[in-house]
Design a protein around this ligand. Structure first.
Ligand SMILES: [Zn+2]
Ligand SMILES: [Zn+2]
Length: 321
């Protein structure tokens, strides 16, 4: 399924199977998650996608050939971070997520909305056996970026999650199993989403316009809505952190300095490092994370994207070739 240009529907095309280059593996795609970032790319909200482009950076696949790291038939995951130069100051200081030369899967590189793809084997992850293909796919971005977002919140005990979609439903369970108190904020009036959050063990669920029953030590934002920054600051205690986990956000409205005062911090999460991926997948293997995934056939990628846009997907949407 090919994006011919921004703001156009994906187009079903027949292409020859890609050939792996040096250090690359040829992968047969088993499942590929649909991420909010894919919608930002389709909508032209991110500046420089490869065009035409095959989207998809939550790829679960089996290795067909190529590379030296994995045996043929091994099951691997391919995330958003597809390549870095390994030489810049960011790469040399464990911040490869900030590499200026980085290439991203389903953005700079063709991704997983396809039967086959190729990937640099150094950026692939082995996957825990306890998650089947459909349920492993959302771990690769929603789970992984969610994990980095939670990690940047430090040891916060009371954690608010704004936007209860693919990332929040996974990371809520991780935070609960770590013994934190979790507060879920959905779109105002989304009682179904709030019920879903409570089912997953959160202490409280309500609308993003509501005040939680306790102050938060950290707020993690997974909805691309700038107005949530002041709302989250308002709910956060002194010394607390607001972390924006998304790649794109509408403008943040002006707010009184008082909301930031008291050593509150606002920061963003950009991409991931391989270390995040290894840590999170190891953690996921030891935890029981319920992954809510809705299956769409690959050729219905446009329908899956629109369902995600309308907020009709509970948990994560996953394409299966
Ligand atoms: Zn993503
Ligand atoms: Zn670099």
């Amino acid at each position: 399924m090919v994006l011919p240009r921004p703001r156009a529907p994906l187009d079903l095309q027949q292409r020859p199977t890609p050939q792996p280059g040096a250090g690359q593996v040829l992968l047969r795609v088993r499942a590929c998650g649909v991420c909010r970032t894919d919608l930002h790319v389709v909508d032209g909200e991110l500046p420089r996608p490869k065009i035409p482009l095959i989207l998809g950076h939550e790829i679960v696949a089996t290795v067909e050939e190529g590379g030296a790291r994995f045996a043929s038939g091994a099951r691997v995951g391919v995330p958003w971070l597809g390549w870095t130069d390994g030489t810049c100051r960011f790469c040399r200081s464990e911040h490869e997520n900030l590499c200026d030369a980085a290439r991203f899967t389903g953005y700079d590189l063709d991704g997983g909305y396809a039967d086959y793809t190729v990937a640099d084997e150094r950026y692939c992850f082995p996957l825990p056996d306890s998650y089947d293909d459909l349920r492993a796919a959302p771990l690769l971005c929603a789970g992984l970026i969610g994990y980095r977002t939670l990690r940047l919140a430090g040891d916060a005990r009371r954690v608010g999650l704004y936007g209860f979609g693919a990332a929040a439903h996974l990371i809520a369970q991780v935070a609960v199993q770590q013994g934190r108190r979790v507060f879920a904020f959905t779109k105002p009036g989304d009682t179904e989403g709030q019920r879903f959050a409570r089912e997953l063990g959160v202490a409280w669920a309500g609308g993003s316009d509501e005040k939680p029953p306790e102050e938060l030590d950290a707020a993690l934002l997974f909805a691309p809505v700038g107005a949530l920054i002041p709302a989250a600051l308002r709910a956060t205690a002194k010394g607390g952190t607001v972390v924006a986990g998304g790649i794109h956000m509408s403008d943040i409205p002006a707010f009184p300095y008082e909301l930031l005062w008291g050593e509150r911090t606002v920061r963003s999460v950009a991409n991931l490092t391989r270390r995040d991926g290894e840590e999170f997948l190891a953690l996921a293997a030891t935890m029981q994370i319920r992954v809510e995934a809705r299956r769409f056939p690959l050729e219905q990628a446009n329908i899956a994207l629109e369902s995600l846009r309308k907020g009709e997907v509970r948990g994560a949407a996953v394409l299966v070739p």
